[in-house]
Design a protein around this ligand. Sequence first.
Ligand SMILES: Cc1cc2nc3c(=O)[nH]c(=O)nc-3n(C[C@H](O)[C@H](O)[C@H](O)COP(=O)(O)O)c2cc1C
Length: 382
Amino acid sequence: MTTPETATPPTFDTATFRHVVGHLASGVTLVTTRTPEGAFGMTASSVTSLSLDPPMMRACLNNSVPTCAAVATAGRFAVNILGQAQGHLAQQFATPSADKFAGVPMADSVLDVPVLAEALAVIECEVVEQVVAATHTIFIGRVVDADASQGAPLTYFRGGFGRFEFARDDAVYHQARQQVLERMYAPDAVLQLDDVAFSLGVDKSAAFYALTRLTADGLVRRDPDRGYVVVPFDVRTSDEAFDARCAIELGVLDMVIGRVPEPALSDVRTRFEAMAAQLDGDRFVDFDRYLDANLAYHEALVALAGSGPLVTAFAHLQIKTVMTRSFGITPVTSQDFVDAQRGIVEGLEQGDDEVAKAAVCHYTDLAKQRVREILEQTGGQL
Ligand SMILES: Cc1cc2nc3c(=O)[nH]c(=O)nc-3n(C[C@H](O)[C@H](O)[C@H](O)COP(=O)(O)O)c2cc1C
C-alpha cells in the first residue's frame, strides 16, 4: 500500500479532477436517518450495492454534513432511489435547511427511518462498519428491507440531472415517429398508450417514452381531455411557416447586407457547408442531421441582425416540426435546395442585396412546392 511518503504526486489539479470524475454517470439517492434530534437526509450519489449475499450497501458521506453524524449516531439509514421526475427533491436535499422534509410525502419504514412515499426504490440498512477516508465516512450497511416500484431513475452526469434511456426505447421512438410521419394515424386521432404499445409490439413504458418525444417534436400534442392527439398538418401550416421565415430573412438582409463582419460571414458559410454535406446527390445522408444543420444555418442568418425579438420570432415558427412532417417522410430530396441556400451565402459575401433576396425567395418557393408534392404522394391533407 502507498504511504504519504511513497505516493506519486497527482498530475492534475482539483478542478480537473472534478471535471473528469463528473464523467462517471450515476443514479441519485436521498440518504435518510432519524436520531432523537429528528429526521435527517441528504442527496447522495456515491451509494452502491456492495454484496448480494449477504445483501450490503455502501454510502460515502461528507464528515461535515449533519446527516453523516446522524447516521453514525443512529446506526441505520435508508437509501431512497429517486425517480426521473424527482430532480427537485435532489436539489432540496442538497441544500442545507432547517426542515428538508417540508412538503415531502413520507411513509412508514421497518427501521423507523424516514423514507419517501414516492421513491423509485427504498433500501433500509443497519450500519455494520464505518471507515473514515479523507473528508468522507464510508458507511457499510446490512440490508434489512428493500422495495422497488415502477418507473425510471433520475441520473446525474457532469453536474446535471438527466434521465436514463434504454437503447431499445430510442429505436421504438423512431419507429413511432415513422408511423406518424407516414400517416398511419389520422390527423387529430387520439393515440391510446395501450394501442401504441400494441402496434409497436413493446411495453407501455417504451410507448410512453415514444409519445413524450413525439410531443417534444410537435408531431403529437397532449390534450388535457383527450390525451395524446396527432397534430394535423396541411399545406397551409407549411406555407405560413415558410412565408414567415422568408419575411424574417428578407428583413434581416435589409438590415445587414454589406455590413456583415468577416467572422460572422465565415460562420454562416461554415454552417451552410455542414448542411450541404448532409445531402448526397438528391438524397439525405442523414435527415435528422440535415434538419439540425439547416436550422443552425438559418438561425445564424437571422442572428446576423443582432435582434433578440427576431431570433425569438424565428424559433416560434417551429420550422423543424414543419420540415420533419414533410421532408422527413422520404429520403429523396433535391440539390436545388442546397443551390438556393448557397445563393443566400454568396449574396451576403458579395454584399449583393438582390442576389441574396432572390435566393431567399427561391428557396421558400422550392420548400412550399416540395411540401405539396410530398402531401400529394402520401395522400395527406392539402
Ligand atoms: C447529485 C448530488 C450528489 C451528491 N452526492 C453526495 C454524496 O454522495 N456524498 C456527500 O457527502 N454529499 C453528496 N452531495 C452533497 C450533499 O447533498 C450536500 O452537501 C448536502 O447539502 C448535505 O446536506 P446538509 O444540507 O444536511 O448539509 C451530493 C449533491 C448532489 C446534488
